[in-house]
Design a protein around this ligand. Structure first.
Ligand code: G4P
Length: 535
């Protein structure tokens, strides 16, 4: 063992768990996050995260609203302690805020929790986010939520995860009943029955929990006859036909451990969180790109390095500043550290990181040190998404993938004399990753068009062009609904009617289609070519 390693860095890295929650809107991501805060002791009563009466606030609301905001809104990541571990929850905006940021944030996570609604199973947004986890080799834990409501059969849900997402599922626990009859879960490894009891309306307080050996007379007496029989049958079936869990297969993204529960009533929450901190990986080595190829960089042995995964402007209208969020990949971060700022293989400059901040709820705290896995907000001075910051030069963190846009539009300054400001604003905003800028392949000098993962990105773009560059714009939506990066020879590619061939900012060919049907048709007409979801 290397005795030169910084013992504090070693300990702090080992106790970090940095993750994101992936789910379809309404599956229970906010509720589960809130319960993590409740069980970690950060909230004394749950029910504070969202503005319940007025519904959920969206990230975009910072643009116009100054009112009280919830934790998931202003923060890019939340940090708190749970049972001796330091938890970093990355915010992955959903709902109408679903955007390239949502995807990019995932790249900063060491693992993900996938929340499914037990009545609905795997839904579209979950599927899209899961695809990024697969691409980046991010291990995924599955939490099947809302068992307190009428649910689909747990076996059917497990099968759906395997079929739709293409990953083996292994049940760590198993629900006893569902809907009103949901009383607890069976812990398969310990052969225990874990029974819950509601202690408050809406799960504002922890649920009381009782653990009994499954075979004990008390456990058998605690559940009605029909549920007992069903449970015995299911558990036997899982033993014979289920996938045995292996942590190695989980870390290698070949298997997802599955947990059942109800975030609202707190049933199954504590066992899930306890298993999560044990199973989830601490920050580990990352592949970096060097001048000669690539190498694996150890989070503890290597000096400080990080990359920018998100840039957000005007979070506080009073400050009018921009924050660049970095994910620390290696080494200890200290305030006033001087680092190399690297982009596309070039050291742009040396920069002092003088006003680092963490975000907890709506308060910004200046921070003195941070460790691998942590997210730090920097007042943005010239950073762009994907940039590397490192004490030692000679490498950069892997480029962030581009994500499949689903919304397309043409944008122009309403007043043509404002062209210069418009071009400048567009260049900055495209650099931030706010939208992708595409040009027609056949007519590259025509006005470019813009593409985004979520429609709201267009509104944010127009708002910021007006607010920061004083340029009013006209936006004309284009009739495309999906796209793919072309893999294969452009010379032999035959675009089908309605398809538009374009080039992205990095010169790669993208093909846009009016519908998924058109995309599939085009693929059939071009069997030698592929259309990739990520570039
Ligand atoms: P999201 O962040 O994934 O979009 O979901 P969120 O947690 O906001 O949950 C969506 C709705 O589902 C909320 O109800 C929430 O209370 C409810 N919910 C979450 N987990 C459970 C659960 O385990 N059981 C049940 N029965 N409901 C659950 P809402 O009516 O939209 O909002 P609210 O008025 O209750 O806040």
């Amino acid at each position: 063992m290397d005795t030169d390693l910084d013992p504090i860095l070693t300990r702090e890295t080992a106790r970090r768990r940095t993750f994101a929650i992936i789910s379809h809107p309404d599956a229970g991501k906010t509720t589960l996050t809130e319960k993590l805060l409740l069980y970690s002791g950060l909230l004394r009563t749950a029910g504070m995260v969202k503005n319940r009466k007025g519904g959920k606030l969206a990230t975009s609301d910072w643009m116009t609203m100054e009112q009280e905001r919830g934790i998931s809104i202003t923060s890019s990541a939340m940090q708190f302690e749970y049972h001796g571990h330091v938890i970093n929850v990355l915010d992955t905006p959903g709902h109408q805020d679903f955007s390239a940021d949502t995807y990019r944030t995932l790249t900063a996570a060491d693992c993900a929790i996938m929340v499914l609604d037990a009545a609905k199973g795997v839904e579209t947004q979950t599927r899209k986010l899961f695809a990024v986890c697969k691409l980046r080799g991010i291990p995924v834990l599955t939490f099947i939520n809302k068992l307190d409501l009428p649910s689909r059969s747990p076996l059917e849900l497990m099968a759906e995860v395997e079929e739709v997402l293409g990953i083996a599922a292994s049940a760590i626990n198993w629900p006893v009943g569902s809907g009103r009859e949901f009383v607890g879960v069976a812990d398969r490894a310990a052969k225990d029955l874990v029974l819950f009891e509601k202690t408050s309306v809406g799960g504002a307080q922890r649920a009381s929990m009782q653990r009994l050996p499954l075979a004990s007379p008390e456990a058998q007496a605690a559940i009605p006859e029909d549920l007992r029989r069903q449970l015995a049958e299911d558990l036997e079936m899982l033993e014979i036909a289920g996938n045995p869990f292996s942590r190695e297969a989980f870390l290698g993204s070949r298997i997802t451990p599955v947990f059942f529960g109800s975030a609202l009533t707190n049933f199954g929450i504590e066992p899930f969180f306890d298993a999560f901190v044990e199973l989830a990986p601490a920050p580990s080595s990352r592949e970096v790109v060097t001048t000669t190829g690539s190498e694996s960089m150890d989070p503890i042995a290597a000096p400080f390095s990080a990359y920018v995964f998100k840039i957000q402007a005007n979070m506080n209208p009073k400050h009018r500043d921009q924050m660049a969020f970095i994910r620390i990949c290696s080494g200890r971060f200290e305030r006033d550290l001087v680092v190399k700022h690297v982009r596309a293989g070039q050291v742009l400059r040396e920069v002092r990181l003088s006003r680092p901040q963490t975000l907890v709820a709506r308060d910004r705290n200046t921070l003195d040190e941070a460790f691998p896995g942590d997210v730090v907000g920097l007042i943005n001075a010239g950073f762009a998404i994907g940039d590397t910051l490192a004490v030692k030069g000679g490498f950069e963190h892997q480029a962030l993938p581009q994500f499949p846009p689903e919304h397309f539009a043409r944008i122009e300054p309403s007043d043509l004399t404002k062209r210069k400001g418009f071009d400048k604003g567009m260049e900055t905003l495209a650099g931030e990753g706010a939208v992708q800028v595409l040009r027609s392949y056949d007519n590259p000098i025509a006005n470019p068009f813009i593409a985004a993962v979520g429609r709201l990105q267009f509104e944010v773009l127009q708002f910021r062009l007006k607010d920061e560059w004083n340029v009013e714009t006209t936006l004309t939506p284009l009739p495309y609904a999906c796209s793919g990066w072309l893999h294969g020879d452009i010379e032999t590619f035959k675009p089908t009617p309605g398809a538009q061939v374009a080039k992205d900012a990095r010169g790669r060919i993208v093909v846009l289609f009016p519908s998924e049907w058109d995309r599939q048709y085009c693929l059939r007409q071009n069997p030698e070519h592929q259309l990739l979801d990520f570039a």
